[in-house]
Design a protein around this ligand. Structure first.
Ligand code: TXA
Ligand code: MG
Length: 325
């Protein structure tokens, strides 16, 4: 991997786009100080310039280059969860490009918990701006092959670090305003954050009403996001069988992600077994939805997972994937 990481860092220095693995999903990286590279990043993603990107760093010393934490809460959270699946939104440091922050006074920063990512960031030496390596609104890729299938020759190099182990995007915590707020749920839960910040912390979770425009420009905050090509429907366990019967009687081709063993009207190839362990479920779900898409179904039916705890960030992604297009 050493030679590839050197080559990837060199490409980043030349302003090229390099995809790399993180523990959550693959990122599409660009030099966070290079305006031309950042513009190309937005163009390839098809993402509006006003939507901020996360800057990835490899050590805590780097943080002050990008952000000016208002108090020690950021350092306490960083100490507890970095490297790991947490992004902090903090007041931005001077000199940070509007192309990174979407013109906002804050910046998102993260230290990813993946050796290949950390080696690349250390070799590059400074911040790498990296949104998930998918086109705007689509499912984040969790393997190098998924990145190539999605972006093809629009990316100069894809570092292959194997399948991502967390599988859904990082928890985003906004510490840039009066009280801390979760902008995007992830596998680091509100209670984990409250434990570090101290009980009595008033932690808001950004609620996004379908169809409403979120106040903060976070693409994950739009109702339709993380969507497969096919229509996705979330179905309660007790109406899964009847929904399958009904759709099959209308001649619809189905792919199903469910906890049960199968259904006589759905061929085995189109039935994707879901894990009852939320950690495994999160790791596998984006790959399963991409696989389901490749079978060219009319509808992907997903059996609703349970609520609470680690299921909540998963339910967030599935609800958005099922949201209005
Ligand atoms: O797990 C992850 O966070 C992955 C990996 C590659 O690190 N990255 C990722 O990036 O999911 P992206 O761009 O797909 O989603 C980042 C989210 C977006 O919704 C963006 O708007 C929000 O973070 N964000 C970034 N900076 C922000 C800021 N200053 N204020 C509010 N939201 C911000
Ligand atoms: Mg994304």
């Amino acid at each position: 991997m050493g030679k590839e990481i050197e080559a990837a860092a060199q490409l980043l220095r030349q302003g090229a786009l390099v995809a790399f693995p993180t523990e959550t999903v693959y990122g599409l990286g660009a030099d966070a100080r290079n305006g031309d590279a950042l513009r190309r990043l937005y163009a390839v993603k098809g993402r509006p310039l006003s939507h901020p990107v996360i800057v990835h760093i490899h050590c805590l010393d780097e943080l002050s280059q990008w952000a000016v934490p208002a108090d020690d809460a950021a350092y306490r959270l960083a100490e507890a969860f970095w490297p790991g699946p947490m992004t902090l939104v903090l007041p931005r440091a001077e000199g940070v490009s509007d192309l990174v922050t979407g013109g906002q006074a804050s910046i998102g920063v993260r230290m990813p918990g993946h050796k290949v990512a950390l080696d690349l960031l250390a070799e590059f030496g400074t911040g790498v701006a990296a949104p998930s390596a998918n086109r705007f609104g689509r499912i984040s890729p969790t393997t190098a092959a998924d990145v190539l299938a999605e972006l093809g020759s629009d990316v100069s190099m894809v570092l292959d670090g194997g399948p991502c182990q967390v599988g859904i995007e990082s928890t985003i915590i906004d510490l840039s305003s009066a009280s801390p707020q979760i902008l995007r749920p992830g596998m680091i839960l509100p209670e984990d954050i409250e434990r570090v910040l101290g009980h009595g912390t008033h932690l808001h979770t950004l609620q996004c009403v379908a169809g409403a425009v979120p106040a903060i420009r976070a693409p994950g905050g739009l109702p339709s996001h993380y969507a497969p090509e096919a229509e996705l429907r979330l179905v309660a366990s007790d109406s899964l069988a009847s929904t399958i019967d009904c759709l099959r009687s209308q001649g619809k081709r189905l792919a199903v992600v469910a906890f049960g063993a199968g259904h006589p009207l759905v061929d085995g190839r189109s039935w994707l077994a879901a894990s009852r362990d939320p950690v495994v479920y999160a790791r596998d779900i984006y790959g399963q939805l991409r696989y389901a898409d490749r079978t060219r179904p009319d509808v992907i039916l997903v059996e609703s997972p349970p609520s609470g705890g680690l299921w909540e960030p998963i339910r967030d992604r599935l609800t958005r994937a099922a949201g209005p297009r």
